[in-house]
Write a protein that binds this ligand. Structure first.
Ligand code: MV4
Length: 449
């Protein structure tokens, strides 16, 4: 069995620290790369080597493929872990890693290509019998076809860019006029954002839950699912709170979703960690919508309920090790909930609030995990995502997990910058949330007065 001597972490912030910790425990050396705005990152203190890869803006550092590859060549690493965001789902980057004989810690180039295109992923899912939202077959050639499909399934419908993400290139339509406009707008937006104007159409599911299945797959045909995460609590397509299991999801639905996700992964020749996203409607029916071919921000809730270190598994799988366990070995214990802590100002429409953190005190105690790179005296740079950490709790029941999260949020102190903690505290007192009655519109409906 080959084993990595050294890996490069092509990311920053909390996930870079998370990956470094996993590598250390596997006795693998780490190379950290950082931008000129990131000299104060915590994981740089623990890395075996660190290399500056350019100015603050991501395009000139964390997204600059030649700089990352050069750093990898200079330090003679065996593999690159891309984390999430930046180059994590970039098939071109994975291809370059391969051509340089550097292992990309993630799925194959072909799998990223097959599943990263949401239109292709949807057609593959339909082909292998995974339930999809009723809608167009393949991409829409023109607005005539959009109208025909909308009339076949009825309004409302949603137009989605095959290359879309973060809600961009997406339009909901309730009638013919808004559909024709939405079709053209979605195409223009997708062309501008992703250089790909292709869109498809689905029936619009009202007030759905967003439930996703975590998968691990090795190079020898073993695929397991690690249960689901409910990520319904979002604001403007940014997840805010995630939990596992999904409150009220029947066991047979969980098993059916898990098997559907595995079937799709198998059909795509998938290996490493991945996630299948589903919408669950108010009748409890589920529909596949897309695949994330990376590790996700919210992976810790799954780690806590399964006891499996997903980042270590990613590295082990990339080394060519077999999973060494099967579906029947996976058990879900208790309830885990994650809050994303963002440097943003609730009083100012959640505008990013970078700056100096004058004081940071982390909560702790039974059932509390804090994944963050911040410390007292850390300065949040203005160039990147506003997420500065995650608070994750694990308890035997959902009520106990909520009590622990409330206590942890009360202990948490982040001073000097504005954060979304006041919003999180409100949500943990909201009657719908407390009863597990969550859906993707809940935050906008109740908290965005
Ligand atoms: C949907 C949907 C309803 N019906 N698809 C949002 C992000 C992307 N991953 C998929 N998303 C959605 N897809 C169908 N067929 C609802 C969402 C959705 C959403 C849509 C419009 C405005 C806000 C939204 C918030 C969460 C989810």
């Amino acid at each position: 069995m080959k084993k990595f001597t050294r890996i490069l972490i092509a990311n920053r912030g909390e996930v870079a620290l998370r990956i470094l910790r996993a590598a250390k425990e596997l006795d693998i050396e780490t190379v950290a790369v950082f931008s000129e705005a990131d000299r104060n990152l915590l994981h740089l203190e623990y890395a075996d080597r660190k290399i500056c890869i350019g100015p603050g803006p991501s395009l000139q550092s964390y997204l600059d493929i030649p700089k990352i590859i050069s750093a990898a060549e200079i330090t003679d690493v065996d593999a690159i872990h891309p984390g999430y965001g930046f180059l994590a789902e970039n098939a071109h980057f994975a291809e370059i890693c391969k051509s340089c004989s550097i292992e990309f810690i993630g799925p194959s180039v072909e799998a990223i290509r097959a599943l990263g295109d949401k239109g292709k992923a949807r057609e593959l899912a339909k082909k292998v019998g995974v339930p999809c939202v009723p809608g167009s077959q393949g991409i829409l050639p023109d607005d005539k076809e959009a109208l025909r499909v909308a009339h076949e399934f009825g309004y409302p419908v949603i137009i989605k860019a095959v290359a879309g993400g973060g809600g961009r290139g997406m339009r909901v339509a309730h009638n013919d006029v808004s559909l024709v406009n939405g079709f053209l707008q979605a195409r223009a937006e997708a062309e501008a954002a992703f250089k790909n104007p292709d869109v498809y159409l689905e029936k619009f599911i009202e007030k759905p839950r967003h439930v996703e299945i975590q998968l691990l797959a090795d190079h020898y045909g073993e695929i397991v699912h690690l249960g689901e995460r409910d990520c319904s609590l979002q604001r403007r397509h940014q997840k805010v709170i995630e939990e596992s299991p999904s409150p009220g999801l029947p066991e047979e639905t969980r098993q059916a979703m898990g098997e559907a996700a595995k079937k799709l992964a198998r059909a795509a020749g998938y290996h490493n960690a991945g996630t299948c996203e589903f919408l669950v409607d108010r009748e409890g029916k589920f529909y596949f919508i897309e695949v994330n071919t990376r590790v996700q921000v919210e992976h810790p809730v799954t780690e806590l309920v399964t006891g499996i270190d997903i980042i270590k598994e990613q590295i082990r799988i990339a080394c060519g090790e077999p999973l060494g366990y099967t579906q029947s070995d996976i058990q879900l214990r208790g309830v885990a909930i994650e809050c994303r802590i963002n440097a943003e100002d609730p009083a100012n429409n959640f505008k990013p609030s970078p700056g100096l953190i004058t004081k940071f005190q982390a909560p702790g105690g039974f059932g509390v995990r804090v994944d963050t790179h911040i410390y007292s005296g850390y300065r949040v740079p203005p160039h990147y995502d506003s997420m500065i950490g995650k608070l994750i709790v694990h308890q035997r029941t959902r009520d106990e997990a909520i009590a622990t999260m409330r206590r942890a949020l009360d202990e948490l102190k982040v001073e000097g910058i504005a954060t979304n903690v006041p919003l999180l505290k409100e949500i943990f007192r909201h009657f719908h949330f407390l009863r597990g009655k969550v859906h993707t519109g809940l935050i906008e409906e109740y908290f965005m007065g």
